[in-house]
Design a protein around this ligand. Sequence first.
Ligand code: AMP
Length: 254
Amino acid sequence: MAALRVLVGVKRVIDFAVKVRVAPGGAGVQTQGVKHGLNPFCEIALEEAVRLREAGAAQEVIAASLGTRASQETLRTALAVGADRAVLAEVAEGVATGPREAAAALAALVGRLQPHLVLLGKQAIDDDCNQTGQLLAAMLDWPQGTFASGLQLEAGAVRVQREVDGGLETLRLRLPAVLTADLRLNEPRYATLPNIMKAKKKPLEVIPAAELGVPAGAPRLKVLQVQEPPPRAAGEKVDDVRALLDKLRHSGRI
Ligand code: AMP
């Protein structure tokens, strides 16, 4: 099988360990001064691509992101984990982007870089849109294997295991194809210090998003309001099961 070129979409998001707070005014979440990092599902997608290259099935892994200049840091992390080169489709600070814009940027990069396989995360943990891979596959008219928990390359094709309600589904997709990574696909590695140093010398190309034809202007999806969940009411102790049943009956729950 000829070695493949793999494009991995990586998104910069608020670090998963940060307690997210609503921004003043409630029109979004607090992002200033908050630790950011690589979206966890993108880490899994990237890990799979790097393993394919290490196994000799892929010849090159390219990490790509749509975002502001700050996303360069995320791409450097992707390079430290093992991507060979990186491309940033850059938008100006304050420009809102969503899955439509991300899919448009990735589709344009597919046109330029001619990968055989695109690997994305199944979802970004900031907006939980969960649709970039599906949109991209539709734009490219490529087969898609979403929520992949296992994959094996075959001659000109990829076999994908997907977790579906009540079991596993196996699909065989002709390449080129778009896959999105589920949690159980693999356990991503950490970037080692020597690899972080090496990543500084790997190529990172910056292309203005407009040059890639990414739709400008207001995104079609607008977040109107973000609210903290209501504080949890304090629990109550009852003496025995009878008292518990009485309470539940009284409050109309049973
Ligand atoms: P979403 O559809 O936003 O839940 O994101 C699903 C996946 O699409 C992510 O895990 C990424 O692989 C990819 N993706 C979404 N937004 C971007 C972006 N701005 N740049 C690169 N990849 C992205």
